[in-house]
Structure formats: C-alpha cells, structure tokens
Unconditional design. Structure first.
Length: 127
C-alpha cells in the first residue's frame, strides 16, 4: 500500500495549505483552518464511487465521517475535506488551489483504484 504525505506548511485566514507527496508525485493542498481540519496522523484512504464527490475517502477519523479528497479551490469548497490542486494562487480575492480537476485526474491516473495511506504532518513555516 502506497504511503502519501500531506505536509501542512502554511495556515492563514484563507485556509491551511501544504504539499501532497509520494516519491516524485506532488500536488498542493488546501484545507480549512484549525479546528475544522482533520487531526495530524495516518489514515487509510479508499477510492470512493458512492460518496458526495466520488474521488477518495479517508477512513476511521475519530468523530468525523464523509471526509474526502476532492476537487475544489478554496476552503469554502471544503467541509473538513482535503482539496488538491496543481498550484496555489488567488481565486477571486481568496488564496486557494488552482487546476484542481486536473490535479485530481492526475491522482487517479497515478494511484488508480488501490487503497493508500495518508500521513498528515504539520510543519508550519509562517506566512
């Protein structure tokens, strides 16, 4: 089972941003601010064909359900979920991730239908 790392590096009023990495595969991430994002730790992730967004779903998050990795641009598109993009930038006047659909399609091509593990680490470096 592949192990991906989500390295959270920046938390600002527009959300929490980081890097989603496996070996030479790299995307950027956007999540809600502290208190709404899932705790750091390691989670099993399954391909999801029945959930709300139907991309990938994180399993066994204490006190949470329906947490997914899916398309979206700003923390407004996330209810505690992880959004992936190819790069960060402004979406209107708000910081977010760009090219999200392309990023998710790349993840599906790279990962396919197999389950994987996601280790979430916080290493905030400031604004």
């Amino acid at each position: 089972m592949r192990l991906y790392t989500l390295l959270r590096t920046l938390s600002i009023p527009d959300g929490t941003f980081g890097h989603f990495i496996h070996e030479d595969f790299h995307l950027v991430s956007c999540e809600p601010e502290e208190g709404k994002r899932i705790p750091a730790g390691t989670y099993v992730v399954k391909r999801d064909h029945i959930g709300h967004h139907q991309w990938y779903r994180l399993e066994t998050i204490p006190g949470r359900e329906n947490i997914e990795i899916h398309i979206g641009n700003t923390e407004d598109d996330s209810r505690g979920c992880i959004l992936l993009g190819r790069r960060r930038g402004l979406v209107g006047k708000k910081e977010g991730v760009l090219d999200s659909k392309v990023a998710m399609e790349r993840l599906v091509m790279y990962q396919g239908e197999e389950d994987f593990q996601l280790e979430i680490i916080e290493r905030f470096v400031g604004a």
